[in-house]
Write a protein that binds this ligand. Structure first.
Ligand code: PHE
Length: 364
């Protein structure tokens, strides 16, 4: 459907609503605020994970859903997928850990909200959810990726996300240091959750010299197992390393932290690493090469959609995930040629794909 005016909103001030639709509801079973944001279906069904974590106020969850779903549109477009961007965020009261019955109630509330969107959006795992939660969502709506293979899904996507990050890191190292090899390079992995844990293992196996951290001191056992140097979270950011690898929550790159960095490059799977778009310029001015998170972190969605929507083998899907390296190399080359930030070059690629599709749709 065509908007009434192509020039912007007919009235009102402030930024226009970019999202196609946003549902906010208090879960009728759980009482917990559930937000589902569909940013764009221009390229196809919107996809994006279901985040289940603590918020001081549900409006912060709404903000996150808006930002994360917009980033998913860019992520899908740059990855070349026939999908758009969406996200689910469940705002748990801070400190509240739901028991099994409450968790089921929350997931069924999420599922019913997704079902109302009638296929415009499909979810998957994200921070705070995993494949078994997708099975519970799938009890009430078919639009859930990454159920365990025994339940008919493509399973945990985090290992594939990590594989994509390694491919991206190789392209980044080639651009920054002239060799793609992680062996002998010093990398700091910030966050040893599902993706960060797989990533640290893969990088250690490739011979990287690792510094690691996590807010959970229990993860130190993995550091010991891998022979990695453990740092406290507040110290890890300023470590002298070749590459910083953010693998936890967003907002880690901001005007306070960028001046403290002592690295040549940054690339990792955490979503929304920049507090604001202008921080990409701060990094650029400091001569730090930042690989946009929405390019680096696409391995999970590439694998899940290849296997579940396009019925490809895992081997073929993993080959596609490795293609993230070529995509990033192309973006970095484009940025180097034009003098733009990699973020600007990546947004340009996303916009080309979206505009191309809009033109196709407009043709009679
Ligand atoms: N956390 C992934 C993302 O948002 C979730 C996902 C995986 C969504 C697979 C759909 C399919 O990128």
């Amino acid at each position: 459907m065509r908007p009434i005016s192509q020039d912007g909103p007919p009235s009102g001030s402030g930024p226009p609503l970019e999202h196609e639709q946003v549902r906010v509801r208090r879960g009728p079973r759980s009482g917990v605020p559930v937000v589902v944001a569909v940013h764009s279906t221009v390229l196809g069904q919107a996809i994006g994970g279901c985040r289940l974590t603590g918020y001081r106020h549900w409006t912060e969850a709404l903000d996150d859903a808006l930002r994360l779903s917009a980033a998913m549109t860019d992520k899908c477009a740059v990855a070349g997928l026939p999908n758009g961007g969406g996200k689910t965020v469940v705002a748990l009261p801070t400190g509240y850990v739901p028991g099994p019955a409450a968790r089921r109630a929350i997931l069924h509330d999420v599922a019913d909200t997704i079902a109302e969107l009638a296929g415009a959006y499909a979810t998957g795992p994200d921070i705070g959810t995993g494949p078994r939660d997708m099975t519970i969502i799938a009890e009430r709506t078919p639009y859930a990726f990454c159920r365990p293979p025994a339940d008919g899904g493509s399973g945990d996507s985090s290992v594939h996300t990590a594989t994509g990050v390694v491919a991206a890191l190789r392209a980044l190292c080639a651009a920054a240091f002239g060799s793609p090899e992680p062996a002998g390079r010093r990398l700091a992995v910030l966050g040893l959750g599902r993706v960060g844990g797989h990533l640290a293992r893969q990088l250690a196996a490739a011979g990287a010299d690792l510094v690691v951290t996590d807010v959970d001191p229990g993860r130190r056992a993995l550091a010991d197992e891998l022979g990695a140097t453990w740092r406290e979270p507040e110290d890890a950011l300023g470590c002298e390393v070749d590459v910083l690898v953010p693998a936890a929550l967003g907002g880690i790159l901001n005007p306070d932290t960028v001046p403290r960095l002592r690295c040549a490059a940054v690339a990792g799977p955490a979503n929304n690493q920049l507090d604001a778009p202008a921080t990409a310029d701060l990094l650029h001015r400091r001569g730090i090469l930042w690989a946009p998170d929405f390019v680096v972190s696409a391995g999970g969605i590439i694998h899940a959609t290849a296997v579940e929507l396009h019925h490809e083998t895992t081997e073929r899907a993993v080959a596609r995930v490795r293609g993230i390296g070529d995509t990033l190399a192309r973006i970095l080359a484009d940025a180097a040629r034009t003098g733009d930030t990699p973020a600007a070059a990546a947004h340009r690629l996303a916009r080309q794909r979206l505009d191309g599709r809009r033109l196709d749709l407009a043709r009679p």
